[in-house]
Design a protein around this ligand. Structure first.
Ligand code: COA
Length: 254
């Protein structure tokens, strides 16, 4: 079975992270599949809504750390960057159903979604600093915009998880539900959207996003350059090595 499931029905494309044994962490090959599916959904006039989901216990543990070390994104056309540009520029409604851990890109992709539904077990985290890295997916812009600077500093400098209720309070999440109801609820909202006139949805989204659009793309490119450089530096090597060896990283000399 594929690590990314793509299912299109009644105008709704649903992308499911499906690598439960590795907590739905995302490899370069998975980013490639995601980028292709997002581009296809954007281009297909029969698709009106795109939904991301994981499983009841896990949304995604973010980048696959081993794969990231072995296949770091080297150019702007790397699968991860293609995926990020795809979701940032996706013209139609983008929804997410999130349960369990949503780490790194598992959280930052949500800032590009129009509607987010979370299980009461959802735990969001952006531990880039703890990994010797910096934010990606324009999160250095979008997190302060949504959370306010000081809460963004807590989320991005400390990198500590925050739970569904806190995400609801700051507006990252539209509604918190029991985990067993999240994907069903997201699909019911997707069906409501799919019944509306597509051109109106697309134009309304474009108008809501246009003030930020150029800045989002510029921020994403700047972050990508820094992130790529920092992946090869000692702090990231120490953090990733520590994860693989199941020990605490030691940044005392870095
Ligand atoms: N990359 C690669 N493998 C990962 C992974 C990741 N990001 N996250 C989890 N896994 C693997 C673990 O190595 C483990 O593999 P194994 O069974 O072969 O040993 C398996 O998934 C289960 O993970 P485990 O840590 O035992 O699950 P947990 O329920 O205790 O914790 C998380 C879940 C998501 C909180 C924890 O796995 C975690 O913090 N992962 C790293 C997240 C991260 O830093 N992502 C990078 C963001 S840029």
């Amino acid at each position: 079975m594929s690590d990314i499931l793509v299912h299109t029905e009644a105008g709704i494309t649903t992308l499911t992270f499906n690598r439960p044994d590795k907590k739905n962490s995302i490899t370069a090959a998975m980013y490639g599949a995601l980028a292709d599916a997002v581009a296809a959904a954007a281009a297909d006039p029969a698709v009106r809504v795109l939904v991301f989901q994981g499983h009841e216990t896990t949304f995604s543990a973010g980048n696959d750390i081993g794969d990231f070390l072995n296949n770091p994104p080297a150019t702007e056309d790397s699968p991860v960057f293609r995926f990020l540009r795809g979701i940032a520029q996706f013209p139609k409604p983008l929804l997410a159903a999130v349960c369990g851990p949503a780490v790194g890109i598992g959280t930052t992709l949500l800032f590009h979604c129009d509607l987010v539904y979370a299980g009461d077990n959802a735990a969001f985290s952006m531990p880039f600093v703890n990994l010797g890295l910096c934010p990606e997916a324009a999160s250095s812009l979008l997190v302060p915009q949504m959370l306010g600077y000081h809460r963004a500093a807590e989320a991005l400098l400390l990198g500590e998880p925050f739970m569904a209720e806190a995400a609801l309070e700051v507006g990252l999440v539209n509604r918190v539900l029991p985990p067993s109801e999240v994907t069903g609820y997201a699909q019911s909202v997707a069906r409501k959207l799919a019944a509306k006139p597509l051109a109106s949805l697309v134009e309304t989204k474009r108008l809501m996003k246009k003030g930020n659009a150029a800045l989002v793309m510029a921020t994403m490119a700047e972050e990508g350059a820094s992130f790529g450089r920092m992946l090869g530096e000692p702090a990231a090597r120490e953090a990733f090595g520590a994860f693989m060896e199941r020990r605490k990283p030691d940044f005392s000399k870095l």
